[in-house]
Design a protein around this ligand. Structure first.
Ligand SMILES: Cc1cc2nc3c(=O)[nH]c(=O)nc-3n(C[C@H](O)[C@H](O)[C@H](O)COP(=O)(O)O)c2cc1C
Length: 255
């Protein structure tokens, strides 16, 4: 890391990449958990440029308790394919993303869903429709768990394109928000070889069920879609390089 970037990180104007945190941790002789905290160090302001048009936006803090029992959400959960146009709040989106991949240990890095070797190969992208979420403009966002923030990747309403890429299952586009769960396999195959791909696919199922149950607890509904053209979906959501879509989950109010 060059000196200017280091200064930016110290000022809280930029965040460390995972590699930079490891390098710095190695230089300073830090423990693994201290390196993770370095990596998770939050940026200062509500929004700032990360690179090109990528912008990071802090989400409201998740609520850590609720009124509906786990048993009720399990019993009630269904794949819902019809949604009303009513938007949901940023707090509700924040809650769903936290349930999917949020950090759930104080000062640590472990997440809501289990992960082989705690290597976390899954990313969650949110395709937000026009008026889909109050207080959030339409666009494509990637959830950043360590900072509980959104990175904006595009400013278009891409729900119909996602639905077309899902073998024209156009009901998908009726949801105010369409989540796309991707895997970056190399994060986990480095340790487990080809078997790491199996672990990532198992992990995405855990993340998906968390989304289902959290939506249910919020009175929202979710669907799940595995039938789609991988490359088209990756292109449509402006996925980062090597982020491969595994599952699509529309979320909204049941019609
Ligand atoms: C991996 C996976 C892929 C799926 N793909 C689709 C899909 O492409 N389209 C669809 O309408 N439903 C899809 N479903 C939903 C199933 O049809 C649904 O889970 C099943 O009918 C059971 O209903 P329930 O989820 O409401 O309990 C998928 C479910 C899973 C787990």
């Amino acid at each position: 890391m060059d000196f200017t970037s280091f200064l930016k990180v110290l000022r809280g104007d930029a965040r460390l990449t995972r590699r930079q945190a490891c390098q710095l941790g190695g230089l300073l002789g830090l423990s693994f958990s201290a390196v993770c905290q370095l990596w998770a160090r939050p940026v200062r302001a509500r929004s700032r440029n990360v690179f090109n048009k990528e912008v990071a936006m802090r989400l409201p803090a998740p609520v850590l308790d609720g009124n509906i029992s786990l048993e009720k959400t399990i019993r009630h959960r269904r794949t819902i394919r019809s949604y009303s146009e009513e938007p949901f709040t940023l707090a509700q989106l924040s809650q769903i993303l936290w349930a999917a991949q949020g950090i759930t240990e104080d000062g640590g890095f472990k997440r809501a869903a289990p992960s082989g070797g705690a290597l976390y190969p899954i990313d969650v992208y949110a395709v937000v429709g026009q008026n889909g979420v109050q207080g959030l403009r339409q666009g494509i966002y990637r959830y950043d768990p360590p900072h509980h923030s959104l990175e904006e990747r595009a400013d278009t309403d891409a729900r119909k394109d996602v639905a077309r890429a899902a073998l024209t299952q156009m009901w998908v586009a009726g949801a105010p928000v369409v989540l796309v769960l991707t895997a970056e396999y190399r994060r986990i195959t480095g340790k487990y070889g080809e078997r790491g791909k199996r672990y990532a696919m198992i992990e995405v199922g855990h993340v998906g069920q968390n989304i289902f149950l959290q939506c249910d607890a919020l009175g929202l509904a979710a669907g799940i879609v595995g039938a789609f053209d991988d490359n088209k979906v990756a292109r449509t959501i402006s996925a980062k390089k090597n982020h491969e879509p595994l599952i699509i989950m529309p979320v909204g109010w049941q019609r």
